[in-house]
Design a protein around this ligand. Sequence first.
Ligand code: UT7
Length: 327
Amino acid sequence: MGIQFLATGSYLPGDVVTNEDLAQFLDTSDEWITTRTGIKTRHIAKGETTSDLAVEAARAALSGSGLDPEQIGLVICATVSPDISVPMIAAKVKRALGIENAAAFDLNANCSSFVYTTTTAYSLMQTCGYEYALVVGADTNSQIVDWTDRATCVLFGDGAGAAVLAKTDAPGILATHLDCIIDREDALHCANKLHKTPFFDPDTVETLRERPDKIQMKGSKVMKFAIRAFTESAKIVTQKAGVQIADIKAIVPHQANFRILTSAAKSLGVPLERFCVNIDRVANTSAGSVPTALDEAVRSGVIQRGDLVLLAAFGGGLSSGAVLLEW
Ligand code: UT7
């Protein structure tokens, strides 16, 4: 008995923002963003929230699976930028899609979220008997970036992806690996807003007064971590599964910077063509990153049943992880 990806789906908000659009209000250029990151455009939500994006991606995956909503036993949504905490986004997805009989919760492992979500669903399906699970990664990064900070805001976009996992006779998921090293320097940081209450005023506590509630990043530090963590995760899951990296048909990476992918491809000795890349069009969509690229690769026929596929991600925390599977 294995746990297999049955179907995928994704959703991107309709509005596309180009590098030239950003250069209208930032000291930046298409040339800088393209050469340093590989990003040309990103989708930005205007009027839609993270949970709206999650619902649409989940709807597409569920529809592709051919299942009835009541067959889903587990819904997990991953996000860094939830628009609602109560109810959790997974509950909103359940309600919108009429999924009556499922356990549901949200999960946040920053940009590594989709590999954490998939691994969590995989484990719960094995131990708790769920036949089908719906996993979603969604983010509206435009809400949490500082639009005056050219070093970060140009990197991100909004989007969501989802997948239906099923217990099958096929091998499906072969190995998983999750990790999180301590971020001693706050290389990636974004605080939630603290509110004044009748009992507590955050402004009276010096350490709480100046908490930036927008993404701050020490880019080159994160980049070094990303290349190392990506390469290590890939090696660990292939060793666990007893397969050669050369046999992997498609690598679906977290899309943070095209330069990270070229470096990782080089150190793994894998042709860059095996990487499923959409960063040029969608930028970094955090939890939405891996599942949107996966959905695109499945829909375009790049990934076929029986192929060895590697999902690998890294991000704040500093978290990282990978899932190796036979599609
Ligand atoms: O999903 C979470 C994980 N995130 C990542 O993995 C991101 C990892 N890091 C990166 O992708 C890269 O470090 C960045 C794209 C963020 C930055 O690239 P870099 O090659 O490390 O550039 P840098 O930070 O060293 O900056 C080089 C120069 C600086 O100017 P000076 O000090 O050399 O004069 C920056 O001020 O580029 C400047 N700069 C910009 N210039 C034009 C920074 N952002 C911009 C910009 N437009 N948007």
